[in-house]
Design a binder for this molecule. Structure first.
Ligand code: 6PG
Length: 243
């Protein structure tokens, strides 16, 4: 598995590095900068940093489009909503045009139709690229080795004919999900995993240094065809790595 990683003292170090990389990648990108946000709790400090004036004012938000790599089947104002988290920490604090925020409608009564709608929305912005290639995909990793809402041994791992799919949950919150599929994730130009905490250490060493077993450890199968994967880790999460 080819990847780069960087280890920081704590989540603050991870988040500052991720914010710097976000801004650097933006300035290296001509035209639209299209990003898929991660859910969960780890990225919230990154989102908060991006909304601070020194970061906020260093990019042109009219060129940035934000998508969601996954979402829970809850209302956008529900505590478990990835959109709600991003809205509170970032989206409501930066001059991002409303049309540049691409929300996955977790509240939809028909998740299969919403997955298709969202795929069409992605394809529209990527002007018909056969498989859209995000400039940046942000991901976290669960202690079970999942990423986005691709959980071990779930059917969503085998969906290769769609870019977005409904998914069964594997961890709290146990609500149905919507998620990017591997074909979309693996077309990204740059993928950043943000992983923090001792509870991830055992899984992380298996994902990065163990035998390939992506059905057990879905994060292992995030291997973009042309892009780079960089793992931003804190010392607690990285403590079992051999290098
Ligand atoms: C979600 C996330 C999920 C998350 C991991 C890690 O919707 O839950 O997309 O994949 O990134 O579960 O979550 P933490 O960062 O909270 O540990």
């Amino acid at each position: 598995m080819s990847f780069q990683f960087a280890v920081f003292q704590d989540k603050t170090g991870i988040s500052e590095s991720a914010a710097y990389r976000f801004i650097a990648l933006f300035h290296q990108t001509k035209g639209l900068f299209r990003v898929a946000l991660a859910g969960g709790s780890t990225p919230t400090l990154l989102y908060t940093l991006l909304a601070e004036p020194r970061c906020r004012d260093s990019v042109d938000w009219t060129r940035i489009h934000l998508f969601f790599g996954d979402e829970r089947a809850v209302a956008p104002d529900a505590l478990d909503s990835n959109y709600r988290t991003a809205h509170e920490t970032l989206l409501s604090k930066v001059p991002l045009p409303a049309e540049n925020i691409h929300r996955l409608r977790g509240e939809s009564a028909d998740l299969d139709s919403e997955a298709s709608r969202y795929e069409a929305e992605i394809r529209t912005l990527f002007r018909g690229e056969t498989v859209p290639s995000f400039n940046l995909v942000l991901l976290g990793m669960g202690a079970d080795g999942h990423c986005a809402s691709l959980f071990p041994h779930k059917a969503s791992l085998s969906v290769h004919n769609r870019l977005v799919t409904p998914a069964e949950p594997g961890l709290h919150p146990f609500v149905p999900r919507l998620t990017f599929t591997y074909p979309l994730l693996n077309m990204a130009k740059q993928t950043l995993f943000l992983v923090s905490g001792a509870d991830k250490a055992e899984t992380l060493v298996q994902v990065l240094e163990g035998e390939p077993r992506p059905l057990d450890l879905p994060a292992q199968a995030v291997q973009p065809i042309h892009g780079k994967v960089t793992w931003l880790l804190d010392k607690s999460a990285a403590r079992q790595l051999s290098r």
